[in-house]
Ligand binder design. Sequence first.
Ligand SMILES: [Zn+2]
Length: 238
Amino acid sequence: MTELLFRRDGYAREATGKVLSITDEGGLVLDGSLFYPTSGGQPGDSGVLRWNGREIEIATAVKGLGDAVILIPAEPAGLPQVGDAVVQVIDWDRRYRHMRVHTALHLLSVVIPLPVTGGAITADKGRLDFDMPETPEDKATIEDDLNRLIACNMDVTEDWISDAELDAQPDLVKTMSVRPPRGSGMIRLVRIGVGAETADLQPCGGTHVANTAEIGRVRLGKIEKKGRQNRRVYLHLV
Ligand SMILES: [Zn+2]
């Protein structure tokens, strides 16, 4: 098990850790990971590990068994040993852009209130695939609505509910392609807005900004047809 340090503080850039194990492929498992592992359309974090005056580059992170996070070194040599104390530093500029794009995609699912069938995030742009048989007529209106929501300066917070509570509220699940993580008995909900002013509430394990103001303005990109039933909608950070 790896403690999910990125979950405890989405704004932490640096943390200590200890190497618990090294996989056959040379991946490193720490007791706690500041590196977000690729999941839910959000890429794994990159960065560096430092120990005893040495440093290696981490290319990305992926999920292992259970809550384990496996850090993937850019080069398979010169790794720390099991038991070594390390300092982990993530590429904060890249991760913060992921947080901004990710949070903006939640709001895109508000201004386009249709079922989501997929999604992906990069440091510059993100996209959601919607169950949307017709291309929307007014792209400018969607972009305006989205930027108006962002400018509401809404807080982004988390709630936790039980599996049974989620089963009783199936409408909370907007993204059909990403199953809410079950097993621990509790599911994390990400809320944008407060109380009756909540704009979005859905299960999500990703990293988000603390307030929508941090997203800044976004531009709606192309809308691609993906099969008979789906449209892929892009947004870009400005
Ligand atoms: Zn999210």
